[in-house]
Design a protein around this ligand. Structure first.
Ligand SMILES: [Zn+2]
Ligand SMILES: [Zn+2]
Length: 326
C-alpha cells in the first residue's frame, strides 16, 4: 500500500510504501476510493490536538471497498463502506453505556490515534463503518463522513429553531445549509469579511443572507453554529441570537474565546461544543443526506498531492471540500 505519512508535527506529509495491513479479528481492510480532507487534519498536522499517534496517516472521511476481513466480520468482500472519525469506543465506560460513545473514555480516532485514509488502504473496525450504496460517487460522498456528520450533530445541538446562523462557510457549512433548507429552515451565512465569493457560494446553497462574520444579521437568530475555528467569533454569535438562543461550536479546536460581558449570555443564551460523533449520528445523517439529495461540492486531488490539498484548505482557497483519490 501507499500512504501519505506525517512523521513529525508541523512537517509536510511524505509518501511511503508499506506492506498491505492484515485485518485482525473484527477488523476489515478497506481499499480506499476517496478520502476527504477536513480542517481537523490541519489541527493534527499542526500539533494542536494532544497525543497524536506518530507517525500517523491522516484522514477520517474514507469511502472504499472491503478488501479483506478478519475473524468474526460479516461484511461482504467488495461491499462499499464509509469510515469516519470515531474508529473505536470501548463500549464499557459510563459514556458508552449511556449512548454517548462520542465522549468515550478510551476511544480511537481515525487519522489521529489510528492510521487513516490518506492512503490506498486502511484498517477499520467492522462495527464502526457505515454501509454505503454502490451508486454513490465516492468523491462526492467522502465529505459527508465528517463535514456532514459533525455538521449534523452540531445542527441537532442547535435545536429546532427556524433561523440558523452559520459562521465559516466551508465543507461542513455547505452540507448543513442544504439540510437546513430541506428542513424548511432559514440560513444566515457568515464568512470572512469581504469574501464575496464565499458569500455568493452560501447564497447559491440557499442562504437568504450572507455577510461578514463581524456583522449582525438582519434579524435575531434562533441559533448559531460556528464551524470557523475562531474563538473571537463567539461573543458576536451570542449577540446575534435571540433570548434562549444557542451558540454551538462545531470544531475540535478553536483559538481562545475573548472575555465578554455577561449580558451577551444573559436571558438563557448558551454556548456549547460538539465532540466527535456517535454511530447513531452517522446512520441518521447518511439516511437523511440521501433523502434530502445533499450534494457536496468537491475538489479532487491525487493522493500524492495531499500537501497541496491541505495548503489550499488552510489558505481558504476551496469552495466546498477537498478530496483525495488514490
Ligand atoms: Zn466508552
Ligand atoms: Zn473531520
Amino acid at each position: 500500500m501507499r500512504a501519505m505519512v506525517l512523521r513529525r508535527l508541523g512537517e509536510r506529509l511524505a509518501m511511503e510504501e508499506r506492506p498491505d495491513p492484515a485485518p485482525g479479528p473484527g477488523q476489515i481492510r478497506i481499499r480506499i476510493e476517496a478520502c476527504g480532507v477536513c480542517r481537523t487534519d490541519l489541527h493534527v498536522v499542526d500539533g494542536e490536538l494532544p497525543n497524536p499517534k506518530l507517525p500517523i496517516v491522516p484522514g477520517h472521511e474514507i469511502v472504499g471497498r472491503v478488501e479483506a476481513a478478519g475473524e468474526g466480520v460479516d461484511l461482504k468482500l467488495g461491499a462499499r463502506v464509509g469510515a469516519a472519525w470515531l474508529a473505536h469506543a470501548d463500549g464499557t465506560c459510563a459514556y458508552c453505556r449511556s449512548d454517548r460513545e462520542n465522549l468515550c473514555d478510551h476511544p480511537l480516532f481515525t487519522g489521529y490515534t489510528r492510521d487513516g485514509g490518506y492512503a490506498t488502504h486502511a484498517i477499520a473496525e467492522a462495527a464502526f463503518v457505515f454501509p454505503l450504496s454502490d451508486d454513490l460517487d465516492p468523491v462526492a460522498a467522502a465529505p459527508l463522513l465528517c463535514a456532514g456528520l459533525i455538521g449534523w450533530r452540531s445542527l441537532k445541538m442547535a435545536g429546532d429553531g427556524r433561523t440558523i446562523g452559520i459562521y465559516g462557510f466551508g465543507a461542513a457549512a455547505h452540507i448543513i445549509a442544504q439540510v437546513c433548507r430541506w428542513q424548511g429552515r432559514r440560513v444566515f451565512a457568515f464568512t470572512k469579511s469581504g469574501d464575496a465569493a464565499g458569500q455568493a457560494f452560501a447564497r447559491s446553497l440557499g442562504a437568504e443572507w450572507a455577510g461578514g462574520s463581524e456583522e449582525q444579521p438582519p434579524e435575531p437568530l434562533d441559533a448559531a453554529i460556528l464551524f470557523a475555528p475562531v474563538g473571537a467569533l463567539v461573543p458576536g454569535a451570542l449577540a446575534a441570537v435571540r433570548k434562549g438562543g444557542r451558540v454551538v461550536c462545531g470544531g475540535i479546536h478553536m483559538s481562545d474565546i475573548p472575555s465578554f460581558p455577561y449580558r451577551l449570555l444573559w436571558e438563557e443564551r448558551s454556548v456549547s461544543s460538539v465532540a466527535n460523533l456517535t454511530r447513531q449520528d452517522g446512520r441518521e445523517f447518511l439516511a437523511l443526506a440521501a433523502q434530502a439529495g445533499v450534494r457536496a461540492t468537491t475538489k479532487p486531488y491525487p493522493l500524492d498531492r495531499a500537501n497541496e490539498a491541505l495548503a489550499d484548505l488552510r489558505g481558504g482557497r476551496l469552495e466546498g471540500a477537498a478530496v483525495l483519490a488514490p
